[in-house]
Design a protein. Sequence first.
Length: 93
Amino acid sequence: MKLGIMQGRLSPIYNGKIQKFPIHHWKSEFFIANALNLKLIEWTIDIENFEENPIVKTKGIIEIKNLIKITGVNLQSITTDCFMQKPIWIKNN
């Protein structure tokens, strides 16, 4: 069985929230997860810092793939909090 963790749970709390993309600590979460024998990270995309989230950029995806190779910690799912924070079905969003 592979155990994993939601992104942000292995980083310091950001703006009082644990359900937040850890913009300054996302890379270290791969190494911490590996040290804890966790094999999966559920990625988080939120509206704050959306453009800086590496999963929305080609260069970032390459960086993520390299971390997966190095640590053996993989991504299996993505939490798209951005759709709750700024729903695409509301006209003015």
